[in-house]
Write a protein that binds this ligand. Structure first.
Ligand code: ZN
Ligand code: ZN
Length: 114
């Protein structure tokens, strides 16, 4: 999960109430903020750049990129490298180091008879 805050109310987006909504001006706001603006003005005025958008509340598209980020469907580069770090695949190969040298020669013999 990635926590991404709404540019207006600074609350994190979620998948039920604070759905990230794209405005035609390029800004993304949560649906709570949009509904709040819409109630007062009957159109959407972007709180970031004051552009007016004369669309119905339900006609604004969901910002699916933000939606995927907050739902964890896609991760940012920073968080995916953190996940990759603890993975350690070495121990399987290292075991032969602790066995004595003759173990190595015997495996050669077996190979010879094959
Ligand atoms: Zn908001
Ligand atoms: Zn805007």
């Amino acid at each position: 999960m990635n926590d991404i805050p709404c540019e207006n109310c600074k609350e994190f987006y979620d998948l039920q109430k604070r759905i990230p909504i794209s405005l035609p001006c390029g800004h993304t706001l949560c649906k709570v903020c949009l509904a709040d603006v819409f109630k007062r003005l009957s159109y959407i005025k972007c709180p970031v750049d004051s552009k007016k958008h004369f669309l119905k509340l339900d006609d604004f598209p969901t910002n699916f990129l933000v939606r995927k980020l907050i739902s964890g469907e896609i991760t940012t580069y920073a968080s995916s490298s953190q996940i990759a770090k603890p993975i350690n695949t070495e121990p399987v190969m290292k075991k032969s180091k602790s066995t004595p040298d003759n173990a190595d020669t015997s495996s050669k013999v077996i190979y010879f008879f094959l």
